[in-house]
Each structure stands twice: as C-alpha cells, then as structure tokens.
Design a protein around this ligand. Structure first.
Ligand code: ZN
Length: 425
C-alpha cells in the first residue's frame, strides 16, 4: 500500500463524520433549500485545509429567489509550482425523501459500515470522498504541481442551470483554468462513466372542435387525432429507435439504443376533483396534449431527432383530414462522451487497477448529469464521472453509502492526483 493510501485509510473517522455532517444539511431540491448552509460548511472545512474559496450565487437562474438562493462554492488549492488543475465537482442538492424509509432520511445513521440518508449515495458520499482524497494528498505531498479544485454546486437534480451551467458560463470550467474534471457521482468504485445520452423534451397538442357528444360528426375529436399520432409512434418511431445501436457503453443495456417515454396525456374535459362525484358532460374534445421524453445517442444529431418526430406529424397532416397539431419544444440536452484515450480516463483507469487490482469497466449513463455543461458550455472535454456508491440506490428510500467504498474510491482519486500533479522526475 502506498503512503497516500495509508493516509486515506487513517482518515476513516473523519470521512464518516464529514459525510454525516453533509447528509444532515437537508439540501432538498425542489425547492433548493439550505444551499447557503452547505456552502458555508464546505467553506469552513476547505479554508481550514488551505483552500481559497469563493461562494457564488447563480442570480436569475430558474428557482433563484431571496428565499431559495442558488449558492455554489468553488475552492482552489494551488501547488508549489506550475501544472494542471484537477477539479472535483459534486452537486450538493438531493431529491425529495419519498415514502418507505426505515431510518431518518437526514439522521445519517452509521450501521454495519453503511451511512444512511437522502443524498448519502447521490452524492454527498462522493463529495466527502473527494475532499478526504484531496486533503490526504496535500498532507502527503506538500510540494505538488498545478492545483486542486473542489466545487459544490446547486440544482443538478433539476438540470444544473443554477449550478454547473452558471459556473461554466462564468468561465470556471475554461480549459485554460481547469484541465481535468472528475464528478464523483455514484457510478460504483470500479467503473468510469464516460458520458451520457442526450434528451429532447416536447409537448405535442392535437387540435379538434368541440361539439355535442351525441353528434361527434359535428365536431372534430382531438383525442382520435392523438390516437393517430400514437399509432405512428408505435408502428414507425419505436421500431426505428430500437434498431439503432451505439458505441456508448450505456448501462443498463436496455438504454443502449434510442428510447422515448410518453410522460403524460391529457385530452377533453378535466378529471373531476376528488370531492366532486357528478357525471361528466358530453363533449367532443377540442384539444389533446402529450409530453414526450426522447433520449438519444451520441451518433444522432439533435436536428435528426426533432425532424423524425416532425416528419411523422407532417405526414399525418397530409394523410389525415383536419389533422392539426402544435409542437412545443420544452428543453434539450446534447449527449456527451469523453474519449477513452483522454488523460483523465487513462489516469483513473490506472488508479483503479492499482488500488483495486482489476481493470475498470467503462460505462455511460442513460440519463444526463452535469458533464453536459462542462462539455458544451465550458468546452472542456477531459471530464468523467467516477465515485463511490451503487447507482441503483439513488433517489430510493433507505439510500446508503458504504464506508469501505468511499475509502477505496478516495484512494483511487488520490492515486489519480499523484499521477496528474506530482512533478515527473
Ligand atoms: Zn447525482
């Protein structure tokens, strides 16, 4: 075992206490509460270890208000001579608690080597591991090149606009400032996540004409028009998406082709309120709306994704009498995929081999995370997700992080820092 691995193992109690402290700050998003509190906590912690810190509020981003300000922290510790900067980025927000917990979601109970709580695995455990790795590295190697940065950012769970996207716009991920980014999301300690699929979200409305339900021929049923849309999706779009393959090593494997979810469908008269038990009136619906969630591959340009759906709708406009629709784009995110030969990938791969004695597995994520902003806005390609925790536990009741897993991944992060920041002689 190396000197640094030893130093990390000896910080076990500190790592547990740090993780527990972070979980006990209930940074729920929505609404995005206690961002300031967690930034102040990290500020005290990192300043005490020689970092220079900046607290940055993402003014004017979605959800930012006097009551729920979007606070972020960027901490930097410069080495003794010139070199690359390695940046660890963690989101500080957690999703709602939900039902089914048998432990206090913000109690951070330690039991049988696991710490329980909302955000334990996604991703306060990863944040704590990266802090311990950086602190142990600095103590072990007071003379290092370049710089280490640690950021705690807001709103990843709601798109990252008040967090990493904002910082990227302000230049914090400029390749002149930062050269390597590791995002300690819970991808399992022996896997390297190279990127994620893209997403395109849209609402489609079909139009009709209201009339008495006993004489539907006097109106035009928007729900039947939507039925035609769904039938086009079933017979053409879904088979086409399923037939596409990708070089992205997406896990689970079901997400290794294009997918689409239909999030919702609404048409005709509103559903009754729970306290109303009257009968419905008889009307032909004049509007029907669906929201689609289309996830796409790095091989598919966004225009093609958009055009494919539009072409089906335009086809119906010519083939189907009185077919009218409105397509409203809600949001889009481009896929991101870091090259396997990128320095941060190669470095972490070797570190996993050294620390855990096995070759890493390369994966990509079915859903998006903050890498998109670092890639697209920051123009920084040398970025991966690597961190402790079992991905499948994220957002679930009784979420936990294993202490041993945090220590192992901290050792990997530390070994990566040694490769990237120690002067080569
Ligand atoms: Zn996460």
């Amino acid at each position: 075992m190396t000197h640094l691995s030893d130093a990390i193992a000896q910080k076990r109690d500190d790592l547990v206490a740090l993780t527990q402290d972070l979980i006990r700050i209930p940074t729920l998003n929505p609404p995005g509460q206690d961002y300031r509190a967690i930034c102040e906590y990290l500020d005290r912690r990192l300043k005490a270890h020689g970092f220079e810190t900046e607290l940055i509020r993402a003014h004017g981003t979605p959800g930012d208000s006097a009551k729920y300000p979007r606070w972020n922290i960027v901490a930097r510790r410069s080495g003794t001579h010139k070199g690359d900067c390695v940046h660890f980025n963690s989101h500080t927000d957690v999703v709602e608690v939900g039902h089914g917990w048998t432990t206090d979601p913000f109690g951070a109970e330690l039991k049988d080597g696991k710490i329980y709580g909302r955000g334990a695995c996604d991703m306060k455990g990863g944040l704590a591991a990266s802090i311990i790795a950086a602190e142990a590295f600095i103590e072990t190697h007071p003379e290092f090149a370049g710089a280490i940065e640690i950021s705690g950012t807001a709103d990843e769970e709601s798109g990252g606009y008040g967090g990493v996207a904002y910082l990227a716009e302000k230049g914090y991920f400029d390749p002149a400032r930062v050269q390597h980014v590791i995002i300690p999301e819970p991808l399992n300690k022996d896997r390297i996540c190279l990127g994620h699929r893209g997403g395109w979200w849209a609402e489609i409305e079909t139009k009709g004409e209201i009339a008495h339900g006993s004489m539907p021929f006097l109106g035009d049923c928007a729900v039947r028009h939507m039925g035609a849309v769904l039938s086009e999706f079933e017979s053409k779009l879904f088979p086409a998406m399923a037939s596409r393959t990708t070089d992205m090593p997406v896990v689970p494997e079901g997400a290794r082709s294009s997918t689409m979810n239909i999030n919702s469908i609404h048409g005709g008269q509103r559903e009754n309120d729970a306290d109303f038990d009257g009968l419905p009136a008889h009307c032909v619906p004049d509007s029907c709306r669906i929201v689609i969630d289309r996830r796409f591959l790095v091989e598919e340009p966004l225009d093609q994704v958009r055009d494919e759906v539009t072409a089906l709708l335009e086809g119906l406009r010519t083939s189907r009498a009185d077919f009218e629709y409105v397509l409203t784009e809600l949001n889009s995110v481009l896929p991101s995929m870091t090259d396997r030969d990128a320095p941060v990938v190669q470095t972490v791969a070797r570190a996993i081999q050294d620390v855990m004695g096995k070759a890493p597995q390369y994966v990509a994520s079915p859903g998006t995370y903050d890498q998109k902003h670092i890639d697209r806005i920051g123009k920084l390609k040398n970025c991966i997700a690597y961190g402790p925790g079992v991905l499948e536990l994220a957002h679930k009741p009784d979420e936990w992080i294993g202490v041993e897993d945090m220590i192992d991944s901290a050792k990997v992060m530390g070994a990566a820092l040694e490769t990237l920041l120690l002067p080569k002689n």
